[in-house]
Design a protein around this ligand. Structure first.
Ligand SMILES: *[C@@H]1O[C@H](CO)[C@@H](O)[C@H](O)[C@H]1NC(C)=O
Length: 270
């Protein structure tokens, strides 16, 4: 556009002034021919300069689109995502925690964590269950009939349409696998226990659901490896990195508010 406009202005000026149109019957004009070629040199110089500037600008536009367009597509979400929740999309940089570490002094491996933060893994405890319940509170949203009609094959459950975003489903699955690792404990400590025959199928479903979710998201953040331990028993451990994440707090606050307003079903993380 800039290129076209510049050329247009240039042509217009020339048309108005008609500097190089010789008058056939005017000998005085013929006499001034050297001045005409000077005009040609100036004109060609201007056109060439404009062309070079425009070409450079085109190259810049090709390689720096974000600085000029200033549109962040990551805030819109994908077309397959639930439009009810896309207003919650914000991104933030997060360094992952709970690194797998090696203590070179006593030659043991351990998990590095901040005891001031909520714990989601470890020896089962009411605190860990509470932390998961906070993440998963009101897991299934009650949705209006109008909202339900926009989803694939909606089916009412006791007069309500219920749905959850995949992020809640995946978290629920991580929790289900965590509980399965302490099966004995949760036989007596789980308020929403599944029947034994269903349990194995559910955990297998969850593992493969997470596999697909992880492959789907395809996080390409590089994780550099460091060697730990002594030869020949060297272990390679990835160093926790900063990731570009959907802002959890923004999503969770909206989800809670939406659940309070329209209703929700709490499965206690099961
Ligand atoms: C490593 O092990 C030694 C000996 O048990 C201990 O004193 C030290 O605190 C440990 N370091 C870390 C970072 O855990």
């Amino acid at each position: 556009m800039t290129c076209a406009n510049s050329n247009y202005e240039l042509v217009k000026e020339i048309d108005v002034e008609e500097p190089f149109l010789p008058h056939p019957s005017n000998h005085r004009r013929d006499h001034h021919r050297p001045a005409l070629s000077q005009w040609m040199v100036v004109l060609i110089t201007i056109i060439l300069t404009t062309t070079i500037i425009c070409s450079l600008q085109a190259v810049y536009l090709t390689f720096q689109p974000q600085t000029l367009c200033n549109v962040d597509d990551s805030k819109k979400g994908f077309a397959t995502e639930w439009d009810v929740l896309t207003p919650t999309i914000e991104t933030e940089l997060v360094r992952y925690t709970n690194a797998f570490r090696y203590n070179a002094t006593d030659k043991t491996y351990y998990r590095e964590f901040d005891p001031k933060e909520p714990q989601y893994v470890g020896t089962p405890s009411p605190e860990i269950d509470d932390a998961w319940n906070e993440l998963l509170r009101g897991q299934y949203l009650a949705i209006t009939e109008q909202e339900a009609k926009r989803l694939e094959n909606p089916v009412p459950i006791r007069g309500y349409y219920l749905a959850e975003p995949e992020v809640m489903h995946s978290l629920h699955c991580v929790n289900a696998i965590r509980k399965a690792l302490s099966h004995e404990y949760y036989l007596t400590h789980d308020k929403h226990k599944l029947p034994e025959a269903v349990h194995q199928v559910h955990v297998e479903h969850c593992l493969d659901q997470l596999r697909q979710n992880i492959q789907c998201a395809g996080d390409l953040t590089p994780v550099p490896l460091r060697p730990f331990g002594d030869e020949p028993n060297i272990n390679l451990i990835g160093e926790p990195q900063v990731h570009t994440c959907r802002k959890w707090k923004t999503f969770r606050d909206f989800y809670t508010q939406r659940g309070d307003e329209y209703g929700m079903l709490d499965s206690g993380g099961t």
